[in-house]
Design a protein around this ligand. Structure first.
Ligand code: ZN
Length: 417
């Protein structure tokens, strides 16, 4: 195999492409609003497709609008090595979330093109449809359908707030493609992404080598008591759901701390019924979100949370239910892909650390059907899903170089040299 270790991407060109894409759907505060299957999303897709065609790539679109740009390999029958992410954004999103992973993939193809390198396997860049889930719920529909986790007809019928369906909007913007949205063999799939959290910046590391994605469990904790007047009713005479909820929440924070640094406990919404200032609620519905990257620890957190709920509700004579509404299992990336990312990072001499992703990504679904790996780079103050989202050009360039060399490492990595 030829030695490509001196090969580097063009960081300035990558930055320029990111800034050019950011003009589509640009917001007044410097962010982007390029929600899935809007006119802006179509324009962004068209720009990407045009760039790929300039390189001589073959571009195909599948039935859920996922785009695949393919650069032929010496042996085109081999399973491709793929880089992918998403071009859609939040309504008040940034310039880098998702877009970086797509355009870094493009920069890898451009670098190979300029250097006249023909890989053994085809190299592809994928754009997954509707990763954000802000216009069409849930998130990660394109990669979910492709991986067989979601049903395409359900996806087509998914409507936005105005009642427009995904199927019709795909058709309208010209991205309801003709190839089936089903997984095919991949040698490896990589996704480079901004961290969307503060850890790399805090630890002063340029590259995060991801071993997997955190698992999560979502619950509605429902506690029933008795409504009564806030004034005349003595405290000891009440069946007040909040009296149990307070120590349960406190206990969950202690749980997250006990399993730090990766344990998480979040209470995003609490609804009191009937919801009146001077009435003790008769019912409380608490949204609970528990996360940990180790499946055994997440199971342990689940058990301890249920014990906490039982202990404190019984103490105050309250009825309760723990309704688990979603369990996203822990994702572990393929060892050969993690090794390829680590090897590339070490070869390039970048400071780095192994970590897990706290957020979901397309790679979560791709990992269920293909060997997958992810690379993180820092973002300013860990801020994302915000128009002020920002990243250093040097970090973006470093992540792209890691992507390039991880992909090259997986190019017929098991073939005899
Ligand atoms: Zn993203």
């Amino acid at each position: 195999m030829p030695d490509h270790s001196a090969l580097r991407v063009d960081g300035a060109r990558l930055w320029q492409s990111l800034m050019e894409m950011a003009r589509i759907g640009a917001t007044a505060k410097g962010g982007c609003n390029r929600q899935a299957l809007t006119d802006a999303d179509r324009d962004g897709r068209d720009l990407f497709v045009g760039w790929c065609e300039q390189l001589g790539c073959e571009v195909s679109v599948d039935a859920i609008g996922n785009i695949f740009a393919r650069r032929a390999g010496r042996d085109d029958s081999l399973a491709p090595v793929l880089a992918g992410s998403h071009l859609d954004t939040q309504p008040t999103g940034g310039k880098f979330d998702g877009v970086y992973g797509v355009l870094a993939g493009l920069e890898v193809l451009r670098t190979l093109h300029d250097a006249g390198i023909q890989t053994e396997a085809p190299f592809e860049v994928a754009v997954w449809t509707n990763e954000e889930g802000s216009r069409f719920n849930p998130a990660m529909i394109g990669s979910g359908v492709w991986s067989g986790v979601m049903d395409i007809h359900t996806a087509y019928d998914t409507a936005d707030k105005a009642g427009k369906t995904m199927g019709d909007e795909l058709e309208r913007i010209g991205y309801r493609g003709d190839i089936p949205a089903t997984a095919r063999p991949l040698e490896a799939a990589f996704e480079v992404h901004i961290e969307q959290g503060p850890i790399l910046e805090r630890e002063r590391r340029q590259i995060g080598v991801l071993s997997g994605i955190q698992g999560l469990r979502w619950y509605d904790l429902v506690i029933d008591g008795d409504a009564c007047h806030a004034g005349p009713t003595p405290m000891e005479a009440r069946r007040d759901p909040f009296m149990a909820a307070a120590p349960i929440i406190e206990g969950c924070y202690r749980l997250a701390a006990a399993y730090s640094p990766w344990g998480r406990a979040t209470f995003g919404d609490i609804r009191a019924e009937p919801g009146s200032r001077n009435t003790v609620p008769e019912r409380l519905v608490v949204n609970v979100d528990l996360r940990h990257p180790d499946a055994a620890v997440l199971d342990q957190m689940d058990r301890e949370f249920r014990l906490l709920a039982a202990e404190h509700c019984e103490r105050y004579g309250l009825d309760f239910e723990v309704n688990e509404i979603w369990h996203m299992p822990v994702t572990r990336f393929a060892p050969q892909c993690v090794a390829a990312v680590q090897g590339a990072t070490d070869m390039l001499g970048y400071s780095n650390m192994q970590m897990v992703s706290g957020a979901g990504h397309d790679s979560l679904y791709i990992a269920s059907v293909a060997p997958t790996g992810m690379i993180f780079v820092p973002c300013e103050n860990g801020i994302s899903h915000n128009e002020i989202e920002n990243a250093e050009p040097a970090d973006l360039e470093a992540g792209c170089n890691v992507l390039l060399h991880a992909m090259l490492a997986m190019d017929r990595h098991d073939a005899a040299a």
